[in-house]
Design a protein around this ligand. Structure first.
Ligand SMILES: NC(=O)c1ccc[n+]([C@@H]2O[C@H](COP(=O)([O-])OP(=O)(O)OC[C@H]3O[C@@H](n4cnc5c(N)ncnc54)[C@H](O)[C@@H]3O)[C@@H](O)[C@H]2O)c1
Length: 305
């Protein structure tokens, strides 16, 4: 399979590039390094430095491809509240540029990295794909808008798509800049001996999924996904953030001071997914437990710190 991975130098993208190369696929990765702290990716892939907003470049890169894995996005909720147009520009309009370049070059399949952020504050948990969707920040709204665009491009132009709504992804290789996600920021603080920043007193309940499981879902979606589909990608279990902090303390073998940061706007208090649909239709299920995944993440940051 010849694949274009947008956001291929990002956390999930760089893991996906390696996984696709391991499976023998031919990969081109496109990234503008706007939020990536890494300088290189798997050497077996071709890395192109550029933006998904560059229509001419997209036309060149898409020629002859079988599938696009679209991960490039601006993903920090705090910034999406400060500058909403930027989020609609990059996470919606630039995505339309990809779809239109696909239409012109005849590429017929796209696997889209969507988000649990489309649901907003859920009315019930576990959340099913058809449940109410009321995004509570521009990030979630722009991502949801793009899912609608995928529907239009499928029905009007026959471009097949799978939207994968990730919940909280964690694991080795998260070099997002600036660091905002709990697991990497906590591990980095612990390794540096700094107090651990914690929002909402650690009371939020989130559904964590290991990055290796997420990249597997991407390939399965490319191989088996038909039509225009949407799936939750998550562990299907809720973990209180404070308990995750304790799991990390246990892995580190010591206790750590917490720096309470108050509440964070645009952040739902509970997110737990129902993952029955993807299990049934794609045969995917999470394989890595939270304990094992956290150990692998700590190992990564110990080696790279
Ligand atoms: N990490 C999570 O927990 C999570 C949860 C839900 C959804 N997602 C989605 O998964 C995808 C990947 O997320 P991630 O965690 O790897 O984030 P990330 O920030 O590490 O990766 C995104 C990458 O996209 C690149 N990028 C941004 N705008 C670009 C542009 N215009 N042109 C080219 N490259 C551009 C960035 O430089 C970065 O390398 C995103 O679409 C994100 O919204 C992630």
């Amino acid at each position: 399979m010849k694949a274009l991975v947008t956001g291929g130098a990002g956390f999930i993208g760089s893991n996906l590039v390696t996984y696709l190369c391991d499976k023998g696929h031919e990969v081109v990765a496109l990234d503008d390094f706007s939020s990536s702290g890494r300088t290189e990716i798997d050497k077996r892939a071709k890395l192109v430095r550029g933006s998904i907003g560059d229509t001419q470049l997209l036309g060149k890169l898409l020629a002859g491809k079988d599938v696009v894995f679209h991960l490039a996005a601006t993903g920090i909720i705090k910034i999406s509240l400060e500058n909403p147009p930027l989020y609609f520009e990059n996470n919606f309009m630039n995505g339309i540029k990809i779809l239109d370049a696909m239409r012109k070059t005849g590429v017929k399949k796209i696997i889209y990295s969507s988000t649990a952020g489309v649901y907003g504050e859920p009315k019930r948990v576990p959340i099913r794909e058809n449940d109410v969707k009321e995004p509570v920040n521009p990030y979630g709204a722009a991502k949801f808008a793009f899912e609608h665009a995928l529907s239009a491009y499928y029905h009007a132009f026959g471009i097949e798509s799978v939207s994968l709504r990730y919940f909280n992804v964690y694991g080795p290789g998260d070099e997002q800049r600036p660091v905002t996600r709990a697991v990497p920021s906590w591990i980095k603080a612990m390794l540096a001996g700094r107090p651990v920043p914690m929002y909402w007193q650690g009371k939020q309940k989130k559904d964590y999924i290991f990055v290796g499981d997420v990249v597997r879902a991407n390939l399965l979606a490319a191989e088996k996904g038909k039509g225009c589909r949407v799936y939750n990608v998550a562990g299907g279990k809720g973990f209180v953030m404070h308990d995750i902090f304790h799991k990390l303390e246990k892995i580190m073998g010591r206790t750590f001071e917490i720096k309470h940061m108050g509440d964070r706007a645009g952040d739902p208090t509970i997110l737990i997914a129902h993952v029955g649909k993807i299990k049934k239709e794609l045969g995917w299920k999470p394989e890595v437990t939270l304990e094992e995944g956290l150990c692998r993440a700590v190992e990564y940051y110990r080696e790279t710190a």
